[in-house]
Write a protein that binds this ligand. Structure first.
Ligand SMILES: [Zn+2]
Ligand SMILES: [Zn+2]
Length: 213
């Protein structure tokens, strides 16, 4: 060190690596191993902030583009499922699909829609024996009625209560419930987010266009 002074008349500890001004320890900082004067520290902070703002802005732009594209999907169930798959949050989905969020009460129409879409393309993965509980019209007591078998799609943890759910080929969403007498009983069920996400994946639902920056 050559006895150079900072502007504040204190002995300099070094030179700003940008403008080569002699600076003391109080009027400079080490930033990523390089000494910078106060002016260049401030410039650096502004530049970093600009990068962050840009990233934030482009993130928002992507999201806006995504929501705009979702809005062009005419079928509300397809819009909902695609939105779930591409990461729209619940508030965004509520705006995009008025009346369908929360989707708890829409399990049956969604199951029917899925069965119609998946039918020719997505193979069933299970065959279920359908045994339903019917309350006798005269006795008023429940009895079990066999309804044969149906091909179905399995949605692990997909019911609205987190049980495994099945969508039957005829479009009903059901759970298989084991009664105290160990009989397996088929019951209609709501569908949870997990099932809807899986449907979107099975049908490979996507935005109409890829989003480009
Ligand atoms: Zn400087
Ligand atoms: Zn100084």
């Amino acid at each position: 060190m050559s006895g150079e002074l900072c502007d504040c008349e204190t002995f300099a500890v070094g030179r700003c690596s940008e403008c080569k001004t002699w600076v003391c320890g109080d009027h400079s900082q080490l930033v990523e191993g390089r000494r910078l004067c106060d002016t260049h520290v401030a410039a650096r902070v502004r530049a970093d902030q600009a990068v962050r703002d840009n990233t934030e802005r482009s993130k928002r732009a992507r999201r806006t583009a995504m929501l705009k594209q979702l809005g062009t999907i005419a079928d509300p169930i397809q819009r909902l499922l695609t939105g779930l798959r591409v990461g729209a949050d619940e508030a965004e989905l509520a705006q995009l699909c008025p009346g369908m969020v929360p989707w708890g009460g829409h399990g049956q129409p969604i199951a029917e829609w899925f069965a119609a879409q998946a039918g020719p393309h997505v193979p069933h993965d299970i065959t279920l024996a359908i045994r339903e509980e019917r309350v006798g019209a005269i006795s008023g007591r429940p009895r079990l009625v066999n309804r044969g078998t149906q091909a179905a799609w399995t949605f692990p943890a997909g019911s609205s209560h987190g049980e495994d759910a099945f969508v039957l080929a005829d479009g009903r969403a059901v759970v298989q419930y084991t009664s105290p007498g160990a009989a397996t009983i088929t019951r209609t069920s709501g569908l949870g987010r997990v099932a809807l996400m899986q449907m979107a994946k099975l049908l490979d639902l996507r935005l109409p266009e890829p989003i480009v920056d």
